[in-house]
Design a protein around this ligand. Structure first.
Ligand SMILES: [Zn+2]
Ligand SMILES: [Zn+2]
Length: 379
């Protein structure tokens, strides 16, 4: 084995080695040298490593090695320099951070790769290709003395101003009948016909469609007399109001898959909790609804809208779904007050941005809080 005579780069002692690229007499000297370098230039070490002081010969070698591996002998002939000089040169390049490796079998140097130094951002106009805006309302409970028609009208005025493509209604457009003891005294409209006719006349009219599902209050007429009030009493009489199913629906709009659900039962009516407990139960229920939806249907939607809880909440990416609990449009009733429940009133404007690949890449709900504008006797 040929031996190389060297001077240790750190301590300066002469030493012999059979490895041509060894420059320190001991591992200790190697690590001490590295530590010293770190101490001397802690912040700039990386910066200077690759850019500083690349000599002409080093540049040439890098350029050659980019094209193909070369042995020490080949480099030495090309540069017309001694093998010792080439070894120093390759050592220098390694110290500067170039990924120069010696292949043992071919005895050639290989330049593994250079790291990219210029990163271009993606074109924003490409990843944010088109936008879709739509509105969400829920739980008007029309016919209840605690309905808030002014807030509903305001929501639609905003929807028109924001140029929404459509509105989704997550159920309980009517207050229904026989929902709980004492409901009768909370109503100013009694029965399916009174509530439906009122909605046909006074529900805000708009240039876009509102897609509606029935909630458990609406289906109270179905349970009592077999009548689908949302479909026949309301949507058959208004072109802009479209019936989409009972208590749940899903559909595709312009590359977006949307699920809507109006569960029955659950926290809003079953149990009385303090505010913190209520939101915890709503989130737990919501998570269960997402799991349930996945079990029963082929695919999860991009956006999942849930009515019925009368509480606003946004769960941005549970199981890849943006889930919205829609606020309501009915003030606290004596019934809710007895249970210690405070509803949240408002509406939502959804902004969805699609990438050039048609993927909803940005989903932003604007929850509009209408609590300060609750009116007494808004009927
Ligand atoms: Zn409701
Ligand atoms: Zn409900």
């Amino acid at each position: 084995m040929a031996k190389y005579k060297r001077i240790c780069k750190f301590c300066g002692k002469p030493f012999e080695t059979k490895f041509h690229n060894k420059v320190y007499c001991s591992p200790r000297c190697k690590s001490d040298n590295e530590n010293t370098r770190k101490r001397v230039h802690p912040e700039t070490a990386d910066e200077t490593k690759k850019t500083n002081d690349i000599k002409e010969d080093e540049k040439k070698v890098l350029l050659w090695l980019k094209n193909k591996p070369l042995s020490i002998g080949e480099i030495s002939r090309r540069l017309d320099k001694s093998k010792e000089t080439i070894i120093k040169l390759t050592d220098n390049l390694q110290n500067k951070g170039y990924d120069l490796k010696l292949d043992k079998s071919s005895k050639q140097f290989i330049l593994e790769r250079e790291f990219a130094t210029a990163f271009k951002p993606l074109k924003l106009s490409t990843i944010f290709k088109r936008e879709l805006t739509f509105g969400i309302v829920s739980d008007n409970h029309t016919g209840s003395k605690y309905q808030q028609m002014t807030i509903l009208k305001t929501a639609y005025a905003d929807f028109i101003q924001q140029k929404v493509a459509f509105v989704l209604h997550a159920g309980d457009i009517t207050d229904g009948i026989n929902m709980y003891r004492g409901q009768v005294s909370e109503l100013f409209l009694h029965g399916a016909d009174e509530q439906a006719e009122y909605i046909v006349e006074y529900y805000p009219k708009a240039p876009f469609k509102t897609y509606i599902i029935s909630g458990n209050h609406d289906t109270s007429y179905k349970r009592a007399v077999g009548y689908n009030v949302v479909r026949h009493g309301i949507c058959d009489k208004r072109d802009d109001l479209v019936f989409r199913g009972e208590e749940s629906s899903e559909f595709d709009v312009k590359g977006l898959r949307i699920g809507i659900l109006h569960p029955s039962g659950g926290v809003a009516y079953a149990r009385s909790y303090r505010a913190q407990k209520i939101i915890e139960s709503v989130v737990t229920d919501t998570i269960n609804h997402v799991k349930d939806w996945q079990e029963k249907r082929a695919a999860l939607p991009h956006i999942f809208i849930i009515g019925h809880y009368h509480i606003s909440n946004y769960l941005p990416y549970y199981m890849g779904v943006a889930t919205i609990n829609a606020p309501c449009m009915q003030a606290q009733t004596p019934y809710l007050k007895r249970k210690g429940l405070s509803p949240e009133l408002g509406y939502v404007i959804m902004k969805v941005v699609f990438s050039d690949m048609g993927i909803p890449i940005k989903i932003t709900p604007d929850f509009v809080n209408c609590m300060p504008y609750i009116k007494e006797k808004d009927y």
